[in-house]
Design a protein around this ligand. Structure first.
Ligand code: AP5
Length: 607
């Protein structure tokens, strides 16, 4: 049966569901009293929406069809397709900060390929090559070996099959801005940049007492890690550059370059206190790596540490509602605190993961009624709560966050700002930003534009940027992006589409630029409720994407116990089009022309 057919760009797989009540009632029985008021406003507004909005055109019977057919499908299908990416790590730090020592432990646990620029150079020296001879001149002086030698060597090693397949751990490269830019230009992007931080005076002591075992390659220290046996002790060697004088010179070279290298990897950098026993240092690195590895798998069921309130709300919600997919009762406004906290936590963890993975142009789009100030301006409060959760989570991680909201735009009679955002800046200023005095230090409030981008800001959160009557926000946004450079910018519920004015006239100002700008940001979170075309009730389903997982399509159904349930029916590697969603909802098999092959062919046969 042609049930699981990949389209050219997207793959979808219907999901396993437990046996379900089959009735998908088109019932209004849960309509809350305040809903009809909002609905009127909502409809009035949506009369203007352009064709990009998702609408579903299926008949109710089709839902029965899908749900009953999806029973036979296994979740394994998607997970088998989710490739586990090999880890890519850079470890940096001053001479003798413990890079090599930690690399031994990381390789042992994570199986990545250790590529040490220093070792590559030393093996050339040992082999007596011309390259080695040239390199030694610089190494003896504690200087950087010229790029034409090091860069080629490292590039070649990274391209080898073992590193490509098992992942790599790059030690001692890049050591300068030019070396980092080589990687950038080759689009070689690490998942993590570890910096071992050790005071200078400790480093010298470590260098002069370091010894190496030429047989096992193990690193010893005469005081801290003495050799286990007399036999090993007898064969230990000392590196030619491990004298105090040379170590000081290497340290100076390191200090001259470190800042420029860090500037490239600031978003994915983890500074680790390396002045502790090596086991403790590794424990911290291990925790970070474990999170990275875990994040590569599609886990949409467990929250990731941090913000306690949100996590608590999320857990309570799961327990109380025996939650399996997404929260129900989303038509009941205002939403309960638990539902709100569920969404805050969902957004928070996907945003943090995306930033940890080095994304720097991010978009959060969440369209539940409670977060939609288009329906009632007071809902801006919920949006502010969401922004606070994201900002505090980033601040907890030591990042300086600037929360920005646009000010009044235009001049003279055209001056003004979108109604939804009126007073937002004041709310942000007076909000409770936690007990630890985060505001003014780790969290600052600013406006959208280049002038509020300061050197000390690490990350920018832009609250619902949008056009105002007769004015286009895009120039301010673009100026801000340029000023921020590689630092992450998060757009929360941007509204960059055409907007109707109060008089019903569509504002198309700067349209092309706005669309281009919006497309340069990637969703780290997206949630939208799905309705039939032209209606806002009942909710037919939902589309959710929480980085790094694919888009998940849910169908909402009423259960026999008078409750409702969201059933995950498909996953898409890219945002599905309206047609793709319609096809799933109406149970149509798509893309007869693209016969599935490999894994997909097998799945089709199974279904
Ligand atoms: P390289 O070989 O990379 O040397 P380095 O960066 O100076 O670092 P080290 O290998 O000395 O130290 P480490 O951090 O690995 O510390 P380790 O774990 O051994 O480079 C050498 C030279 O090559 C450079 O100077 C340059 O000339 C050239 N070069 C390399 N890369 C280049 C590039 N990209 N571009 C241009 N030139 C390049 O530990 C040190 C000691 O401390 C050991 O004895 C260990 O047992 C001990 N120790 C480790 N951890 C602890 C701990 N937690 N507590 C107590 N002791 C510890």
């Amino acid at each position: 049966m042609g049930w699981c057919v990949p389209s050219l760009s997207n793959h979808y797989v219907p999901f396993k569901s437990s046996p379900l009540p089959l009735a998908a009632r088109n019932s209004f029985s849960h309509t809350p009293s305040n809903y009809s008021r909002s609905l009127l406003k909502w409809r009035r507004y949506h009369g203007f929406l352009d064709s990009q909005e998702i609408g579903i055109t299926f008949k109710c019977n089709d839902l029965r069809h899908i749900i009953s057919r999806s029973n036979s499908v296994s979740r394994v299908a998607v997970e088998a397709n989710a490739e586990k990416k090999p880890l890519k790590i850079i470890i940096s730090g001053a001479p003798a900060s413990g890079k090599g020592t930690q690399c031994e432990l990381i390789v042992k646990k994570y199986g990545v390929v250790h590529i040490s620029a220093g070792d590559l150079l030393r093996s050339e020296i040992t082999a007596g090559t011309e390259t080695g001879e040239k390199a030694k001149e610089f190494m003896e002086k504690g200087l950087l070996v010229p790029d034409e030698i090091v860069v080629t060597m490292v590039k070649r090693r990274l391209a080898q099959q073992d590193a490509q397949e098992m992942g790599w751990l790059l030690d001692g490269y890049p050591r300068s801005l030019s070396q980092a830019l080589v990687l950038e230009n080759l689009e070689i992007k690490p998942d993590l940049f570890i910096v071992l931080d050790v005071p200078d005076e400790i480093l010298i002591e470590r260098v002069v007492s370091r010894r190496l075992d030429p047989v096992s390659g193990k690193i010893y220290h005469l005081k801290y890690f003495p050799p286990e046996t007399e036999e090993i002790a007898a064969r230990l060697t000392q590196r030619f550059d491990d004298t105090e004088e040379k170590a000081r010179s290497r340290l100076q070279t390191y200090q001259q370059n470190v800042e420029s290298v860090i500037s490239i990897y600031k978003n994915i950098m983890k500074k680790i206190d390396g002045n502790r026993p090596k086991e403790q240092v590794f424990e911290e690195i291990d925790m970070i790596l474990a999170r990275k590895v875990e994040g590569q798998w599609m886990d949409h069921e467990s929250p990731v540490g941090g913000n306690e309130d949100a996590v608590k709300g999320y857990n309570t919600f799961q327990k109380k509602n025996n939650w399996k997919g997404i929260p129900t009762r989303l038509n009941n406004i205002p939403h309960s605190r638990e539902i709100r906290e569920y969404f805050y936590e969902d957004v928070r963890r996907s945003t943090i993961r995306a930033i940890d993975d080095g994304m720097n142009r991010l978009k959060v789009e969440i369209n539940i009624p409670e977060l939609n100030p288009e329906m009632d301006v007071y809902r801006i409060g919920t949006l502010m709560e969401l922004v606070r959760v994201i900002a505090l989570a980033l601040a907890d991680d030591g990042k300086r966050v600037k929360v920005c909201v646009q000010g009044s735009m235009g001049e003279g009679v055209l001056a003004g700002m979108p109604l939804q955002l009126a007073g937002t800046r004041n709310i942000l200023e007076f909000m409770d930003w936690g007990e630890y005095g985060a505001k003014g230090t780790f969290i600052n409030i600013g406006s959208i534009g280049a002038k509020d981008v300061n050197d000390q800001d690490d990350i920018f959160i832009l609250v619902a940027p949008q056009n105002a009557m007769g004015n286009c926000i895009i120039d301010d946004l673009q100026a801000m992006v340029e000023a921020a450079g590689r630092r992450p910018l998060i757009l929360v519920n941007p509204r960059l589409k055409d907007l109707p004015s109060a008089g019903g006239v569509m504002q198309t100002i700067g349209r092309e630029k706005r669309m281009e700008f919006a497309a340069s940001f990637s969703n780290c979170y997206s949630f939208r409720l799905l309705y039939k075309v032209g209606t806002q009730y009942p909710i037919m389903g939902a589309l959710r994407m929480s980085y790094p997982n694919p888009y998940e399509l849910y169908v909402r159904t009423d259960t026999e116990q008078g409750k409702e349930e969201y059933v995950n029916v498909a996953r898409f590697m890219e945002k599905p089009t309206r047609e793709e969603i319609n096809d799933i909802f109406s149970g149509k098999s798509r893309g007869k022309e693209s016969k599935p092959t490999g894994l997909w062919g097998l799945l089709s046969a199974m279904f």
